[in-house]
Design a protein. Structure first.
Length: 234
């Protein structure tokens, strides 16, 4: 059973902001949604779990061998096609599809095609990121994450900047990934009505502190949650 445990995790990013004593645990197949005001620490916490920021306390990754993440900044290589962006994950940038022996190239291309078809981006396989819509770019980043078996999937505002149709598609694909691969999924969002009702667990951060963790129904009743967030989530 895959499990992620945080015990008294604290982070000091710069003098004006820190995370303080975050403790929580997450299990295989769970969709954990992080929310809170902008600047409350959601992205900092996700990046800390990924190993980008140093911390004190304990982050225990039990039976978690691979971590895939999608941050708001994107992460696709502008000079590579979507197919080579996906291949980059597996080959760690050491090889491109055109450099593989023909038999291996066909095997890898079929794998990439399966993932691209699953995410509805097969038509963009030979396009470069600047030729893609915002929704396709986000799905291409997800596709790259799926090139290896993923135990922990980290998504930072995956529907930010998307129109309602692409937001719905992104939500459906994230749920399909959880259903198919059962990773622990941590998702930070401001799209409360889209994701909170689907969450196994909700974390609410405020000024670098975890002030609530619980279910959707508990979130709507909690005194510590601002009414504006409850209204946006209902």
């Amino acid at each position: 059973m895959k499990k992620l445990e945080l015990v008294n995790v604290s982070v000091r990013v710069h003098e004006s902001f820190s995370l303080s004593n975050i403790s929580a645990s997450f299990s295989e197949g769970e969709l954990v949604v992080l929310t809170g005001q902008s600047g409350s620490g959601k992205t900092v916490l996700l990046k800390t779990i990924c190993g980008i920021f140093g911390y004190t306390g304990t982050i225990a990754k039990n039976n978690i061998n691979s971590v895939a993440f999608q941050f708001q900044e994107g992460g696709l290589f502008d000079t590579l096609t979507v197919a080579d962006n996906l291949a980059f994950q597996k080959f760690k940038g050491k090889k491109f599809l055109k450099e593989l022996p023909e038999a291996e190239k066909q095997v890898e291309f079929l794998r990439i095609w399966d993932i691209a078809s699953f995410l509805n981006i097969s038509e963009a396989m030979f396009k470069k990121p600047y030729e893609l819509s915002g929704g396709m770019k986000k799905r291409a980043v997800l596709g790259r994450a799926l090139m290896e078996k993923v135990d922990l999937l980290i998504l930072d505002d995956p529907t930010a900047g998307l129109d309602p149709i692409n937001s719905r598609i992104a939500k459906e694909k994230i749920l399909a990934i959880i259903s198919k691969f059962a990773p622990i999924t941590l998702l930070a969002t401001h799209a409360l009505r889209v994701f909170l009702p689907l969450a196994s667990k909700i974390l609410f951060l405020q000024n670098g502190r975890l002030v609530f963790q619980g279910t959707y129904s508990e979130f709507l009743k909690a005194d510590l949650i601002p009414e504006s967030f409850k209204l946006r989530a209902a």
